[in-house]
Design a protein around this ligand. Structure first.
Ligand code: HEM
Length: 416
């Protein structure tokens, strides 16, 4: 087996044996080619996520924007980015206050304002609408199944989160295809094989312009949508226009492909386990446990970045100051020190903290929404079909950070 490198196609194809070896042999590893440090044990990943003063997101996640500490990782990320970096320059970009790439006190303020649109009540209220959207997509999937063209990615897992977040933001439905294109172009910069393209740069520029216009428009004509709530001045604090634009872009990017991956990784886990599908059909109240176990077993976000603000010693190894660090959520989720029989898919295992949504101050803002979308997708598929099975070959996405599918051909039998 090669040594671990997050961009190695063998790792992307099946990362779990590599993670097991990292946890066992080098829990604090350094990928020499990239001068990148890697944390793979649950306890170490959690400790890093809970210590933002030492493990900075402003600098670490800034790498994804072409900022962060100088070195081969930053050069690699810059060579893949032509979009925002090309538009406003990498140095300006890394100083932007983007929620996921910020530290306290900026993060504290941005998160408080972002939370405005994601209270448990806000999310709960979406349930009937998400169910309707899901029902119509599952109906499309059933129709496509008649001529053998049904694809879980194309007909359900991709459009569902796009339509939901677009409706929440109040984006006109005719722009939804643009939404998906913009999101893909931005996320594409993280793929292992992607080369920078003018199309990606154009897509990102379009997305930026679109949100800038809509944010200005909602500021003067507020409606009952998320953007209007985000731009609202409640007398105390407000987000400036660029912060709102970047928050909208983050919501679009952070919530789309991740949720698509959750739904498809769930299907991939269930297909070879017909006994679980039967259990689920007998007792649909198991759906939330299935969703939770998918997040642990095959995490849609495998890992992300931090950067050290000082030299730090972990288990006898010292990571120097200003070093990029990859925190491997998906490896932590398979850590035998945290979970018994971690390589088994067991929705009824005792609940323990998994890191599918991260942990600490950056814990996923959209977690309740993503959980709800995946649960409803599962419930609606159970209600409307007698059986769903894979046909042909499903294709994994090519990404160093995300894990999911780009196609998943399926055949469905409708309920009679
Ligand atoms: C299954 C679907 C999803 C997964 C697996 C996922 C995963 C994650 C993870 C691991 C983080 C932590 C980032 C870090 O520690 O650096 C995160 C943060 C975040 N997620 Fe999600 N996410 C999902 C869906 C969503 C959705 C639907 C939205 C919104 C519509 C969303 C919005 C965000 C935002 C805004 C952050 C940054 C929070 C902060 O920095 O305070 N995510 N997500």
């Amino acid at each position: 087996m090669h040594t671990y490198d997050p961009f190695d196609p063998a790792v992307i194809n099946d990362p779990y044996p590599f993670y097991a070896r990292l946890r066992e042999e080098t829990p604090v590893a350094r990928v020499e080619r990239l001068d990148l440090w890697v944390l793979s044990r649950h306890a170490d990943v959690v400790a890093a996520l809970r210590d933002p003063a030492t493990f900075s997101s402003a600098s670490g996640m800034g790498l994804l924007l072409g900022g962060g500490p100088p070195g081969p990782m930053r050069d690699l990320m810059r060579s893949r980015q032509t979009g925002f970096g090309g538009m406003i320059g990498f140095d300006d970009l890394s100083s932007l206050r983007l929620l996921i790439a910020s530290d306290p006190p900026d993060h504290t303020r941005l998160r408080r304002l972002a939370n405005r649109g994601f209270t448990p009540r806000d999310i709960q209220q979406l349930e009937p609408r998400i169910r309707k959207i899901c029902e119509s997509m599952v109906d499309d999937l059933l129709v496509a199944s008649v001529d053998g063209s049904a694809d879980l990615v194309k007909h359900l897992a991709t459009p569902l989160p796009v339509v939901v977040i677009a409706e929440m933001l109040g984006i006109p439905s005719e722009r939804r295809n643009d939404f998906k294109r913009w999101s893909d172009a931005t996320v594409g910069a993280l793929s292992a094989s992607m080369q920078p393209s003018d199309d990606a740069a154009t897509a990102m520029a379009e997305m930026f312009m679109f949100f800038t216009e809509i944010v200005e428009e909602r500021r003067s004509n507020p409606r009952a949508d998320l953007i209007s709530r985000l731009v609202a001045n409640d007398g105390a604090e407000e987000l400036d226009a660029t912060e709102v634009v970047f928050l909208c872009i983050l919501l679009l990017i952070a919530g789309n492909e991740t949720t698509t991956n959750l739904i498809c990784n769930g299907a991939a886990a269930l297909f070879p386990r017909p006994h679980l599908c039967d259990r689920l059909r007998d007792d649909p109240s198991l759906a939330p446990c299935i969703v939770e176990e998918v997040l642990r077993y095959d995490a849609p976000v495998q890992g992300l970045f931090r950067s050290t603000t000082r030299a730090v010693e972990i288990g006898g190894t010292t990571i120097p100051a200003h070093a990029p660090v990859m925190v491997l959520f998906a490896s932590a989720n398979r850590d035998e020190r945290q979970f018994s029989a971690p390589d088994e898919f067991d929705p009824e295992r005792p609940r323990k903290e998994h890191l599918g949504f991260g942990a600490g101050i950056h814990l996923c803002l959209g977690a309740p929404l993503a959980r709800m979308e995946a649960r409803i997708a599962c419930e609606v598929l159970l209600e409307r079909t007698q059986r769903m099975r894979p046909v042909g070959t499903a294709k994994r996405i090519d990404s160093a950070l995300l894990r999911g599918f780009s196609t998943m051909p399926v055949a469905l039998e409708p309920v009679r």
